[in-house]
Design a protein around this ligand. Structure first.
Ligand code: PEP
Ligand code: MN
Length: 263
């Protein structure tokens, strides 16, 4: 059975940018009990742009995640950036792994991860590369497929920009996910409004826009106390805000039109 499949109900993936404590995970999992969250995302090793930032708690975080998974019966997703991460994900019974935007730019690293994932039957999410290159994104997907991985979702998290006037942390560049969808219509396509906007106040509007454009689901960073988060503090929303977002999200007939593509 596939973990990712097309359905009329959106796929909701939510959880903290980084695992910070067991209490943090517990509070989030408690709140998710009354929400339609398919699985919890949580960063264990963080690919920070500059050294010296919080880089994640590694194996300790995996231990807490496996305890939370058992206690709440919620599937867990983590980012893997090295073959050793895949090994640990398997040891701690992680349900889904994802490749981050900084990893997907490097075909050698993507191939090493594909080789590590070969034959282990884990669903894989592949974020868009930081550069607006649809072939690089599709290439990473194909590298997974070539080793026999079929349970795949693509995650649109926007593209780096140097523009001082940019409204968001990462440019949505909608034409790229639209082109991915044109070339691979059967693929599950998830939107990550947290990393696109970089600002909690804009997450709900971005999520609505993505759903209106026919995305299959959302990945949203959620933290009990966003302002004290050790990574991506500005863009995380509380579980209570996530509940409101989901409740207010309108599921309309999607319209992938050129007029929607202006960034
Ligand atoms: C994340 O999901 O926390 C993350 C690091 O994302 P990205 O690879 O999109 O920057
Ligand atoms: Mn993050």
């Amino acid at each position: 059975m596939s973990f990712f499949s097309k359905s009329s109900a959106p796929i909701y993936i939510a959880g903290p940018c980084s695992v910070e404590s067991k209490a943090q995970l517990h509070e989030i999992a408690m709140a998710f009990k009354s929400m339609p969250i398919q699985f919890m995302r949580a960063g264990v090793w963080k690919p920070r742009t500059r050294p010296g930032s919080f880089e994640g708690l590694g194996e300790q975080a995996l231990q807490w995640l496996s305890e939370i998974k058992k206690e709440f019966q919620i599937p867990i997703a983590i980012e893997v950036a090295e073959p050793a991460h895949v090994e640990l994900a398997l040891r701690y019974d992680v349900d889904v792994v994802w490749l981050g935007a900084r990893t997907v730019v490097n075909p050698f690293q993507v191939q090493r991860l594909a080789d590590a994932l070969q034959g282990v039957h884990l669903p894989v999410m592949i974020k868009n590369p930081v550069t607006p290159d649809v072939d690089l994104w599709i290439g990473a997907i194909e590298r997974m497929e070539k080793v026999g991985i079929t349970d795949i979702a693509a995650v649109h998290r926007g593209f780096s920009t140097y523009a001082k006037s940019a409204a968001y942390r990462n440019e949505p560049n909608w034409i790229i996910p639209i082109e991915l969808k044109r070339r691979r219509p059967e693929l599950i396509l998830i939107n990550d409004p947290s990393h696109i906007t970089g600002q909690s106040a804009h997450v709900a509007a971005m999520a609505q826009r993505a759903m209106d454009m026919g995305f299959d689901g959302l990945m949203i960073e959620t933290h009990p106390n966003p302002s004290s988060a050790l990574s991506d503090a500005a863009q995380q929303i509380t579980p209570a805000a996530l509940a409101v977002l989901i409740q207010e999200l309108k599921i309309r007939t999607p319209h992938l039109e050129a007029s929607n593509c202006a960034n």
